[in-house]
Design a protein around this ligand. Structure first.
Ligand code: FMN
Ligand code: SF4
Ligand code: SF4
Length: 270
């Protein structure tokens, strides 16, 4: 089979899982293409959705849904009735509506969704001092589920397979972007006064063109706080501040003790 994996990955977790899935699919004799849709340019590309036999979509969960830009991108697609599976990575808090929103958008885009899955990955905000959630995930147990997801996807992509999932009991509402939430005000990256080699990667790779390489500041109206600029800066000079007080409030609010997080499992939604 000829399969393409479309994914959005800011701190590398969804990319790691996508690469793992690709390796398994290839081992099973399939041909696989990977496409990260993080940059605005990559989301502008036109795809012929009959070029591949099947599709896999992978997104991180941002505030209980796929990233807003991924939602917007899915609205531009036409799957021409082809089969797809989808998966999510999340930082051990909750997925809320991620499966349902994505199922809705892919179905609207004329894809037939045959499988979904959720995988735990270290939280994007672990790039900040004082934040530490699901560090070390995905672990081998998570990856075993990823493997199972890849193998099940191939089975369900077969022409004679009649499987499909139905998450349709859900009313879709586009996400409201509330930029005034005080709690997250500390989570905007900046280079501060540090010098750097001016490679412009932060500017080129930002999914919403929010980072300005010259000033080293982000436009807070646009920034989706994905932490990609921090992750990719080769000089490691982009930061957010110390957030240990906020982290404590966060884990208390959601009851995320070490034991609770440890017990959280990646799973396939059949
Ligand atoms: C803005 C933002 C919002 C997030 N919201 C959630 C959430 O609602 N629930 C959760 O469990 N993890 C949440 N996370 C953590 C990510 O889903 C998780 O770390 C994911 O694996 C990151 O994938 P990536 O490295 O491919 O970008 C959030 C991360 C960011 C940056
Ligand atoms: S990615 Fe880092 S080194 Fe490159 S321009 Fe941005 S801040 Fe400077
Ligand atoms: S400026 Fe904001 S949206 Fe852009 S890469 Fe950095 S964190 Fe992500």
């Amino acid at each position: 089979m000829n399969i393409i994996i479309f994914y959005f990955s800011a701190t590398g977790i969804t990319e790691t899982i996508s690469n793992y899935i690709a390796a398994i699919l290839k081992k099973e004799g399939n041909s696989v293409k990977l496409k990260n849709i993080i940059t605005p340019d990559s989301r502008q590309s036109q795809f012929d959705f009959l070029e591949f036999d099947a599709y896999i979509f992978g997104f991180p969960v941002f505030e209980g849904r796929p990233p807003t830009v991924a939602e917007e991108w899915m609205r531009t697609l036409d799957g021409k009735g082809q089969k797809c599976s989808m998966f999510f990575t999340y930082g051990a808090r909750d997925l809320e509506w991620a499966h349902q929103v994505t199922y809705y958008l892919l179905t609207q885009a004329n894809f037939q969704v045959v499988l979904s899955a959720e995988f735990i990955g270290k939280h994007s905000f672990n790039v900040a001092k004082g934040w530490c959630l699901a560090e070390g995930r995905p672990n081998q147990l998570d990856l075993d589920i990823v493997k199972e997801f890849a193998l099940q996807s191939i089975k369900r992509f077969q022409k004679n397979s009649k499987f499909s999932i139905d998450l349709s009991e859900f009313t879709y509402k586009p996400k409201e972007t509330i930029k005034t939430h005080k709690f997250w005000a500390n989570f905007y990256p900046s280079r501060g006064k540090d010098d750097c080699s001016m490679c412009y990667l932060c500017e080129k790779e930002c999914p919403v063109k929010a980072f300005d390489a010259i000033s080293g500041e982000t436009n807070r109206e646009l920034c989706i706080q994905c932490m990609h600029c921090i992750t990719i800066c080769p000089d490691k000079v982009i930061h957010i501040g110390e957030v240990s007080q906020l982290f404590k409030k966060f884990i208390d609010r959601w009851g995320l003790t070490e034991d609770v997080v440890e017990q959280k499992r990646s799973k396939i939604i059949f």
